[in-house]
Every structure is written in structure tokens, then in C-alpha cells.
Design a protein around this ligand. Structure first.
Ligand code: UDP
Ligand code: MN
Length: 254
């Protein structure tokens, strides 16, 4: 077990906590030898926090409006940066020398530990604007110095898309590109179906971007498939998410 390196995700509410539980279970199923960390806020219901503790090695409570931090006070005037700010907390995990951040709407389908061979800042191209990276998966080095610089940058420059992706792309212009298989955004599977068919067996991490998160779909437990208005490509991936959820997360919910 590599104790000074960790996967890190974030959940600020109940729904994203279900995502984090499923992601964490998928990481365990991938036989990772890195530790697992989840950042949560006080809005995550306590039974889910207890369940998160059974999957993650470290459950770290973070606060969007932490008045102990002078940079936070400046951020209070920028409420739209709230969620951005919360993701930035990951740079404060200085007990780790290197981490991989994963959005909680990601699913690890194959061991991805070789991501840790990369250094800050490594990410995967965004398929909406391929000169940018998608901020759902990235390799970073926790550092209070970087954390503070990021906050200063957020306050002074803002984010060109109002979220963490715009901010991080501006802050890390010299990012290194990792293979798309580490952040296969689900819309790619139908916007470039032949490539998906060719490469899908090498996919390591699936990322369910957009408003239609897997946990919002209805799922038929008997047939093991998602119901409703989804394409074949989408349903294949959403079914994969649901299988991990049903096998590993659902039994622990009450
Ligand atoms: N997130 C959260 N609560 C929210 C919104 C976002 O915890 O209300 C976290 C969660 O880890 C999520 C990430 O921030 O995966 C980025 O948001 P999202 O995945 O919804 O953005 P997308 O990938 O669809 O652009
Ligand atoms: Mn996401």
C-alpha cells in the first residue's frame, strides 16, 4: 500500500455522496494500492458519512465558508465560486505527496494506478474544447502554497466558466495530457461511436458529465438495465455504474 498517495473525490450533498460511494467501491474493485480520500461538507447526511467511512480511508469535512481563512473571507463576496472553492480544498491534503482527483460522477472500470506516474498537472482533454482539460480527473501535488495561490487567483481573476474547470485551466496552462481512457466522458461514446467501439476495452475511467447523472436514472433490478430515454451507448455505461451501486452500495443503505 502506497500510503503517501491518494485518490481524492468530493461530495457536498446526498446525491453526490451516492456517487462517491459508487466511485470508491469501483476503486476498491480495481484493486488499487493507493489510499482513498473523500472531501465532504456538513450537508452530507450522517448515515451516508458512516457508509463513506467504510469505503474511504479518510473522510475529510471541509467548509465552503470557513471564516478562519482570510482568503475565504474574500471569497464570500464571490458566492458563484462556492463549489470551485470546495474542490480546491484538495490541495490542503499535504499528508500526501501526490494525489489523483476524481469527480464523484466517475467510475473506475480498470485499475488506474499508473496515473500516479504523472506529475502535477496532468489531465485529459475536454471534448467540448480540446485545448482545455476536463477537470473531472487530474494529477496534483497537495501544497498549502498552491492552495493559497489558487484562492488568490480565484478572487482576483475569477473563472472564465464560473466553475473549477475554467479556473484550473487558466492557472495550469502548461498541463500535461493523459490518455482519454483515463477520463472517457460519456458523450464521446455516441458523438464518435466508431472510436468508442474500437477503444472501449481499454477505457479505465468513465466520467458521467452533464446534468443526467447515473443516480437520476431509473433502474430495473430484475433485468439489470436502466429504463427510459437513453441511447444504447449510454445505457451500457449507466448499467455499469448501476451494477457497482447495486452490488456494493445499496446493501449498506437503509
Ligand atoms: N460536486 C458536488 N456537489 C455539487 C456539485 C458538484 O459535490 O452540488 C462535486 C462532485 O464531486 C462533482 C464535481 O463537483 O463530480 C463536479 O461537478 P459535476 O460532476 O456535476 O460537473 P460535470 O462533470 O457534469 O461538468
Ligand atoms: Mn463530473
Amino acid at each position: 500500500r502506497v500510503h503517501d498517495q491518494s485518490y481524492v473525490t468530493l461530495a457536498t450533498n446526498e446525491n453526490y455522496a451516492l456517487g462517491a460511494l459508487t466511485l470508491g467501491s469501483s476503486l476498491r474493485n480495481s484493486n488499487t494500492n493507493r489510499s482513498l480520500t473523500v472531501l465532504i461538507t456538513s450537508q452530507v447526511p450522517s448515515p451516508l458519512v458512516d457508509q463513506l467511512r467504510t469505503v474511504f480511508d479518510l473522510v475529510e469535512l471541509v467548509d465552503v465558508l470557513d471564516s478562519n481563512d482570510s482568503a475565504n473571507l474574500a471569497l464570500l463576496k464571490r458566492p458563484e465560486l462556492g463549489v470551485t472553492f470546495t474542490k480546491l480544498h484538495c490541495w490542503r491534503l499535504v499528508q500526501f505527496s501526490k494525489c489523483v482527483f476524481l469527480d464523484s460522477d466517475c467510475l473506475v472500470v480498470k485499475n488506474s494506478d499508473d496515473l500516479f506516474d504523472n506529475d502535477e498537472f496532468t489531465a485529459v482533454t475536454d471534448i467540448g474544447w480540446p485545448d482545455c482539460f476536463n477537470s473531472g480527473v487530474f494529477v496534483f501535488r497537495p501544497s498549502l502554497q498552491t492552495y493559497s495561490s489558487l484562492l488568490t487567483y480565484a478572487v482576483q481573476q475569477g473563472s472564465f466558466d464560473g466553475g473549477d474547470q475554467g479556473l484550473l485551466n487558466s492557472f495550469f496552462p502548461n498541463w500535461k495530457r493523459a490518455s482519454f481512457v483515463y477520463n472517457m466522458t460519456t458523450n464521446a461514446s455516441y458523438s464518435y461511436a466508431p472510436a468508442y467501439k474500437q477503444f472501449k476495452d481499454s477505457v479505465r475511467i468513465v466520467h458521467f458529465i452533464g446534468a443526467q447523472k447515473p443516480w437520476y436514472h431509473s433502474y430495473n433490478l430484475d433485468s439489470g438495465s436502466v429504463m427510459g430515454n437513453v441511447t444504447v451507448h449510454e445505457s451500457e455505461l449507466i448499467n455499469q455504474w448501476w451494477k457497482v451501486f447495486v452490488d456494493n452500495v445499496l446493501p449498506g443503505l437503509n
